[in-house]
Design a protein around this ligand. Structure first.
Ligand code: NAI
Length: 431
């Protein structure tokens, strides 16, 4: 049984971003002299205080959901729910007392949890998942992270900003392998600047107690010693013990619930939304799924529309993208690419954040924006201009025709759009 707000609020998006904000603040304070500020002594961070701040934020927001439920007339039954028929759910509370609920429609939004590597099961002491990291009493001096996906890279950046020595092992060719290869290349460069040791195309073959805590043998033949290990290799779906088999809900091989784009399962009046569908594992698409399911449960005819949904990754620097990666665009379209490095931007210099670039991919024939990929400060905020362009089917010319405020980081989107037509006056002329 969980608190209101699920993974996003209790163990995911919000607590991790609260800690990342603390780590970023510490980084800025360490660089105070670059901004003309002399600190009397070097900044020292207090992990316990950072965690207390995170817990306070989470507590406030969890309480807020309770208030919203009351205000909107939502009845809340804390407990473990199990479907006991097509129109009934049994809720067992913490005192083992049962309440039977009847409903015309049932919406399943049970989410996901960290996946395990069977050979190295998490033990919450030496081998951890991201839930454990959020609650650590003390940060380790060194950590080995398995997986350079979203969670692996976000934690690698945050922990290295907090002076933890980080090693990352990724079985695929690059860090953030799901992103555009240029994004991965830039991220790998930034990880190097943060002194993160990254081993790509590598598997962990064994983890034994020893050295600084554990010693891991890698498929490359190297060994890595670290105090602790973080396993960040994806998610497993919470579909066990929900009564799904009994009412005949079809699951996919990976354990997620099979659904159509209108959030219906194969069983009439039973819907599923969010991570448990096993498609897009994001809190913000889950909210959209929920609206679609409710609409249809009430007799509507809604389907999901993920057009222009951005990916936002809270690494240092941030990463954000929307639409097609270059390989997909090249396969389906005659395409052109425009780029703008942040070091060519006045605001980036004013903020001392010149790492990264914006890459715009467009269709040469129709001029449609196909994809936008950003690495750099505030990427997760500024991506939404590009997301709207893709959602609304705008052209690269239209994206670049807006007069952006100045000086702002998002001007880099306008400049990259201009560069696609070789019209950026703030870049040296290209032949
Ligand atoms: P992920 O799918 O993003 O990355 C897992 C990585 O681990 C992949 O690169 C994969 O190749 C690698 N991997 C898998 N098995 C491995 C092995 N045995 N050895 C080495 N590498 C291995 O999954 P992650 O990072 O656990 O995140 C889970 C989900 O949560 C994702 O779907 C992500 O989108 C979501 N999430 C989103 C955030 C955001 O939107 N900012 C933040 C955190 C999570």
């Amino acid at each position: 049984m969980d608190k209101l707000g699920g993974v996003c609020l209790n163990r995911g998006c919000i607590p991790s971003k609260a800690l990342i904000a603390s780590a970023e603040q510490y980084r800025r304070m360490k660089r105070a002299a670059d901004f003309g500020i002399n600190l009397a002594s070097p900044p020292v961070y207090d992990w316990a205080a950072m965690k207390a701040r995170k817990d306070k934020i989470v507590g406030t927001l969890v309480g807020g959901i309770g208030q919203l439920f009351k205000s909107h007339g939502v009845d809340y039954f804390p407990g473990y729910g199990r479907i006991s028929g097509q129109n009934s759910v049994v809720v067992t509370d913490e005192n083992d007392s049962e309440t039977r609920l009847k409903a015309d429609n049932i919406i399943i939004g049970t989410g996901s949890r960290s996946a395990n590597i069977p050979a190295f099961p998490v033990d919450s002491q030496r081998i951890l998942n991201s839930d454990h990291l959020l609650e650590l009493a003390n940060l380790p001096g060194s950590i080995l992270i398995i997986g350079a996906g979203v969670i692996g890279c976000e934690w690698a950046c945050m922990l290295s900003l907090l002076d933890v020595q980080v090693t990352v092992v990724e079985m695929l060719d690059n860090a953030l392998p799901m992103e555009d290869p240029d994004t991965s290349r830039l991220m790998e460069r930034e990880l190097k600047k943060l002194k993160v040791q990254l081993h790509t195309k590598t598997m962990v073959e064994s983890i034994e107690p020893g050295g600084e805590g554990v010693t891991a043998k890698l498929s490359s033949g190297r060994t890595v010693s670290a105090n602790q290990v973080l396993v960040a290799v994806g998610r497993a779906f919470n579909t066990e013990n929900l009564g799904l088999e009994e009412i005949g809900v079809t699951l996919d091989k990976n354990g997620s619930i099979k659904t159509t784009d209108d959030m219906r399962t194969n069983v009439k009046n039973v819907f599923a939304i969010g991570d448990v569908r096993g498609q897009v594992l994001l809190a913000y698409t889950a909210v959209h799924d929920g609206a679609v399911a409710v609409d249809n449960a009430l007799g509507g005819n809604a389907t999901r529309n993920y057009l222009g949904v951005p990916s936002v990754i809270f690494t240092h620097p941030e990463v954000a993208s929307v639409g097609m990666r270059e390989a997909e665009a090249a396969e389906k379209h005659e395409m052109a690419v425009g780029r703008f490095p942040l070091r060519a931007l006045g605001k980036a210099h004013a903020e001392n954040e010149i790492a990264g670039e914006v890459k715009v991919i467009g269709d040469k024939k129709t001029d449609r924006v196909l994809g936008v990929h950003i690495v750099g400060a505030h990427a997760t905020e500024i991506i939404h201009t590009a997301a709207l362009a893709i959602n609304q089917g705008l052209t690269v010319t239209q994206l670049g025709s807006l007069i952006f405020g100045h000086p702002v980081i998002s001007e880099s989107i306008m400049e990259a759009a201009h560069d696609l037509h070789r019209m950026s006056v703030h870049l040296a002329k290209k032949k």
